[in-house]
Design a protein around this ligand. Structure first.
Ligand code: CAA
Length: 379
């Protein structure tokens, strides 16, 4: 067992940290307040290779391992979780799914621009009545011979407006349940695609979350990913990797909040000494650091499993449930350490606390992760 990061890992971690501090920190409070998508910053992230980190250079990616991805996600999320969710969806849900299951033609046409960040992608599984219960898809993809006719509504779509390539799950054979679902590549400008209103969210307010409607959208058959009926398995396999991304986002939110609390505790004085000299604060810092370390180890273990081609369904769900709960707890304690200052925007911790909440909800709620974990340990 080797807990040492390589030179390359350390370089990537530093590059992500520098980018976050120099490019994302300026304006992060305003973007959150005004729900402004970090378009310029995402473009630069793409140019640096952070949007297709694990994609082979053959398809325009950076060809890095999942450990590198975890390290970069943590650093970006410490500063701006709205930017890191764009990065996570594009890397794990869109690029990985296309590279692993797409045809050569699909990769050339869609993966190359996605991996190099020229365009960004969205993953569309959730519906008004199919969130955790993802098999209950109401969106239909009717088989019309050379194309599918797509009808329905997708909800809570990250990159809903900014993405131009969508991976859409839809039901073709309702009588077959989860085995009747297909995954289709849909372009934003196909006739019949409409973007719904932007959600006004508690956190990750810089990311654009929309509903997306499909009305009689003709999707060519060659845009189906995998065999007929592979869509649900495609979504589940893709989400297992996505959960490593969101676990790392949660880890970053937690470590960002902790670093701010630690710094503040050494500056702020109360009762004649720095508050870090009070045991009440010391115990909070100790618990924060311990939970973060646990979350980091679980994220890196899941990433390692993926890089070793081990089954990572269990480890990614464990990482996600633990890291997201750590993020919520640590960021709330970070606000507490800051006292009244923690409750105002300038000190960043209130934003991190709001951002933390979504990590317990998207890409499978904490309850869904517990379903996945308990099934694995009981099977
Ligand atoms: N890998 C491969 N196959 C899998 C799988 C996996 N990880 N998980 C399930 N499957 C297969 C099963 O083996 C089964 O196939 P067979 O019938 O051949 O055995 C089939 O898929 C159906 O599986 P289940 O019976 O387990 O399905 P279920 O209805 O009981 O649901 C669930 C299981 C875990 C709750 C699942 O529905 C789930 O993960 N729900 C949450 C969905 C989710 O994460 N949504 C997030 C939306 S995307 C998002 O948030 C992105 C964003 O914007 C940031």
């Amino acid at each position: 067992m080797d807990f040492q990061l390589t030179e390359e890992h350390l370089m990537i971690q530093k590059a992500a940290r520098d980018f976050a501090v120099n490019e994302l920190l300026p304006g992060v409070i305003e973007r959150d307040e005004h729900q402004k998508f970090p378009a310029e910053q995402i473009k630069k992230l793409g140019e640096l290779g952070f949007l297709g980190m694990m994609v082979s250079p053959k398809y325009g990616g950076a060809g890095l391992d999942t450990i590198s991805y975890v390290l970069a996600m943590e650093e970006i999320s410490k500063i701006d979780a709205s930017a890191s969710v764009v990065m996570s969806v594009n890397n794990s849900l869109v690029c990985w799914g296309l590279e692993t299951f797409g045809t050569e033609e699909q990769k050339q046409k869609y993966l190359v621009p996605l991996a190099s960040g020229q365009v960004i992608g969205a993953f569309m599984l959730s519906e008004p009545e199919a969130g955790s219960d993802a098999t209950s898809q109401r969106t239909t993809a009717e088989d019309k011979g050379d194309h599918y006719l797509l009808n329905g509504t997708k909800n809570w779509i990250t990159n809903g407006n900014s993405a131009s390539v969508y991976l859409v799950m839809a039901q073709t054979h309702p009588e077959k349940g989860s085995k009747g679902i297909n995954a289709l590549i849909v372009e934003k400008d196909m006739p019949g695609v409409t973007i719904g209103a932007k959600e006004n969210k508690l956190g990750i307010r810089g990311s654009d979350t929309h509903s997306v409607m499909f009305q009689d959208v003709k999707v060519p058959k060659e845009n189906r990913i995998g065999e007929d009926g592979f869509g649900f398995k495609f979504a589940m396999k893709t989400l297992a990797g996505g959960r490593i991304g969101i676990a790392s986002q949660a880890l970053g939110i937690a470590s960002g909040a902790y670093e701010l609390a630690l710094k503040y505790s050494k500056e702020r004085k109360a009762f004649g000494k720095e508050i870090s000299q009070h045991q009440a604060i010391q115990f909070k810092l100790a618990d924060m650091a311990t939970r973060i370390e646990g979350a980091r180890l679980l994220c890196l273990k899941a990433a390692w499993d993926k890089d070793q081609h081990n089954d990572y369904t269990l480890s990614s769900s464990m990482a996600k449930v633990f890291a997201s709960e750590a993020a919520m707890w640590v960021s709330t304690e970070a606000v507490q350490v800051h006292g009244g200052y923690g409750y105002v925007k300038e000190y960043h911790v209130e934003r991190l606390m709001r951002d933390a909440k979504i990590t317990q909800i998207y890409e499978g709620t904490s309850e869904v992760q517990r379903i996945v974990i308990s099934r694995a340990i009981l099977s």
